[in-house]
Design a protein around this ligand. Sequence first.
Ligand code: F55
Length: 797
Amino acid sequence: MTPAQMKDAILHHLVYTLGKDAAHAQTYDWRMALSFAVRDKIVDRWFEATRRTYAGQHKRVYYLSMEFLIGRLLKDAIINMRLEEAAIDALQELKVDYQAILEDEPDAALGNGGLGRLAACFMESMSTIGCPAMGYGIRYENGLFRQRFENGRQVEEPEDWLSQRHAWEFERPEVSIDIGFGGHVQEIGKRANWYPSEMLIAMGHDTPIIGWRGRWGNTLRLWEARPMHGFDLQRFNRGDYAAAAEPEALARTLSRVLYPDDTTEQGKELRLKQEFFFTSASLRDILRRFESEYDDLRLLPKKAAIQMNDTHPAIAGPELVRLLVDERGIDFEEAVGIARNTLSYTNHTLLPEALERWDEGLMGRLLPRHLQLIFRINELHMKDVGTRKVTAVDDGHVKMGELSFIMAHRVNGVSALHTELMKSTVFKDLHELHPNRIVNETNGVTPRRWLLSCNPRLSTLITDAIGDDWVDDLEQLEKLEPHIDDAAFLESYAAAKRQNKNDLANWIAEKLEVGIDPEAIFDVQIKRIHEYKRQHLNLLETIAHWLEIRDNPNQGWVPRVKIFGGKAAPGYVFAKEIVRLTNDVAKVLNSDPLTSRYLKVVYPPNYNVSLAEKLIPASDLSEQISTAGKEASGTGNMKFALNGALTIGTLDGANVEIREHVKPENFFLFGMTADEVMERRRIGGHAGQAIAADPRLARAIEAIRAGRFSPDDPGRYHGIVDNLVHHDYFVVCSDFTDYWRAQREVDTAFAAPKDWARMAAFNTARSGWFSSDRTIRGYMADVWHAEAAPTVEDAAG
Ligand code: F55
């Protein structure tokens, strides 16, 4: 596409799709016009891929996920379609600011954090590789809440990404599926009829996901809940205006809002309804498609692989069995076999509070037939393995992890360490009964969004050095290694980082009115706020460092900017206190004339995918400091390493594998191992001992306790202090001293800029393995037994 053709296409959509005259068009109008122009190009590719999947009778992968944290789509689409030059030139002629258009797009924040973002990276990688696939999820009207700070406290506001027209989706009213809840079951012989008492409709909305160079495109199908019967005209006519709209409002609540908790499961009825709603709609859509192509249901596992992203779609097991037994007359045991060979399950966390358990009473009321089938599946499993030791129903609860395990032919963890811990802890008994079922698929991230698109300076440098094959074969980054000994290359590498840091410093100055020194270490911790992720360990070190600088303000300190980003779940009190403490610490430190040129804290509100794209390319140091054994993998850690930030981290999740790839000398390791943590917890008063042994730690805790950061309310953080001193389940105190040591090593290393640049460049060169393309190939080989289709020729740029 030439710039002139692009310009024509934009103007065409501006006039005929948006009904706007160029003279009156606003940023929004231009954004929509550009999006439609790009979308037209994508659609051709997308159709071609779909046609080929049907024609080649390829096995399809179905990725069922409660969350897809996709962020913005326009730039991703432009980059993958290689339309950036054409778009920039066309807009320049039209005198429209390209960056402003990109920034105008709201994030699609249909996820909480790592789990949802992983699903988005996987969708992009499946399209790049040419794996015929479809993502299924919920089209939340309100994504993850927007975070604001009010006097340092987190305030949540509804997110409303759909208040503007969504350029990327196609409504599919013809794909409308009835979903039932409640009611009763009538058994007739081996089958049963379920008569739900409540019905609603799941309507599909399709978003094309285009791969690199437009060689393949898959669909993300998100379900919207709609009432079966709309507005009640009779009630309205009787004057009962509010009640007339009631059924409609009730049905719509199902896809209204994303639950904002990551890693705590609250067992709420609406949540279970959401889970069944999208899982059932997806399965029935999958079976309908399968039956349009094949007439033998026993072929299902050969032609479809259904991945359950954590246990949120775990009802897929019993629902698929129900569809096969009750609606198609297949024998129960055979149906279980077909379902199991089709389904697989990914576990994303071992935290006990995140493991889903549904009250049997609630399940029986909402899904009476499914509860019956769960009992039968459980009995069959116990009979097959010859023991009653493991069970999916226990103590009046259905345990969704166990149910998923039993109904899946493969169960996977998301990093080597996490997978081993799955085998030895939560799924120990099941693993012994099914020793080949658990496999590891270490997470990855898409290099298109997380390097090519978000870090153009580094991308250009890489391409100049080794060509552009790295974009879809990221391990080619190893070819950078010889260049790392070239002073000119290192110089350019460091210059790209410095310019990214300048851009970020300017953005922070403008948005937050905080001035930061671009020469300082940009030390970044961005992720959900959680005790196990230990933002408070970072804060304690910050405070201790501040106090030490104050003792001796004229010593040559290495300047640092500590950047935090992340949301706390609205009901998570401890996490919200950490948010407030971070803001209080920032306030005191940033206005301290003795220290502020050496140490600042910035906490931009509303951390999301788009903010991550700004922060990561400008980071020097990546904080991956979770308590060992608690972070299943982490994926931010990979994005940082790829963009040349060095990691300070524990031996947790994928940190272990990152350290192996980038070599131990290019990674700042500290802290206890997962085994040592378990040992340490057995020592009564472990926190007290650690505090007594480290005066820096004692002083930092005392500063918080005495109200140095909350002079108007000295007791504000006594909860945090109490937790640290007396409980400290996440062994913050016991890891502090070693963390401090590692941080001082960071200071020393950063003071030697050439060596630092070499280490940073080495991180980039060795991060290729963390591409989600590699992860997806692993799933295709070990879990899905699916092959890539021959892709479409490159899209003309
Ligand atoms: C969301 C809702 C519930 Cl009810 C439970 C968990 C979650 C969730 O978002 N979990 C999550 O994000 N887990 C993360 O998954 C990532 C991808 O595998 C990992 O990298 C990360 O370590 C893990 O915490």
